[in-house]
Design a binder for this molecule. Structure first.
Ligand SMILES: [Fe+2]
Length: 256
């Protein structure tokens, strides 16, 4: 089986609440490889309180540094640039300047929106669409307001939005993260989930758990759907060319 493609991971050193230094970053990258991941998009937080990266140029520079070290250390991992961008008023300015930190500098933006406060982002999504940018919304299983308002997902899905569920949310957990399990499975079983990603931050509490998530997905929804969520769809999201021929997992609707 081809390795997993992880489009959401905090594996760059000293940019956010991920690894504190290069050694921790290498340890996390080793753990990603051991977890069956062959390609990872480095997605440091951008524009939230954890973030030191405010510019794609910083991300590109650190990705280059980490690639060199991974090669020296013999860690075979395809490392690509990206960011987890918190919704903010600078997005359109970055877009205008060609500096929007999309996944692998393609057309998909990993966007994080508030989890406890409902915001109607339809206008923003439409405006990004007009510029050829499609949003993948990060870990929507955290959104508390969804319990009563799944209809909003249909509205956003029609705009080509995808939903990224975190692998760890599908697994048994305790505390705040444990509460994500039920909504995460609803995303999968209702057919809204587009992609599963690790959202790994370290090799302890927030370690990569893609293999475990894939196995339980394959058991519950079948191998074909599990492969789509963990390999085929993320493969589409890191392509740099137009994606009109590719398909989202949401009811077979085209992403393009
Ligand atoms: Fe994240």
């Amino acid at each position: 089986m081809q390795g997993f493609i992880d489009i959401h991971c905090h594996c760059l050193p000293d940019l956010d609440d991920g690894p504190e230094d290069m050694e921790q970053a290498i340890a996390l990258c080793r753990a990603l490889v051991e977890d069956g991941i062959e390609t990872v998009v480095a997605t440091p937080h951008m524009f939230n309180s954890f973030s030191d990266a405010t510019d794609i140029q910083i991300v590109l520079h650190v990705v280059d540094q980490l690639r060199v070290r991974l090669q020296t250390e013999g860690v075979t991992l395809n490392l690509l640039p990206g960011a987890e961008v918190t919704l903010n008023d600078q997005i359109f300015d970055l877009l205008k300047r060609g500096q929007l930190p999309t996944l692998n500098q393609g057309q998909f933006l990993l966007l994080e929106i508030p989890s406890s406060l409902y915001m109607d982002i339809t206008t923003i999504l439409e405006k990004l669409n007009d510029h050829g940018i499609r949003c993948i919304l990060a870990h929507p299983e955290r959104w508390g307001y969804l319990k009563k308002n799944w209809a909003v997902l249909d509205r956003w899905t029609k705009l080509g939005v995808g939903f990224q569920i975190s692998a760890s949310s599908l697994l048994t957990g305790a505390g705040w993260f444990g509460r994500m399990k039920s909504p995460a499975w609803q995303f999968v079983e209702k057919g809204y989930a587009t992609v599963i990603a690790s959202d790994a931050h370290d090799i302890q509490d927030r370690r990569p758990r893609m293999r475990q998530a894939y196995r339980i997905l394959a058991k519950r929804i079948g191998t074909a759907r599990a492969l789509q969520l963990c390999i085929h769809n993320p493969q589409c999201l890191i392509r740099k060319d137009r994606l009109s021929e590719h398909r989202n997992s949401v009811n077979g609707e085209s992403l393009g």
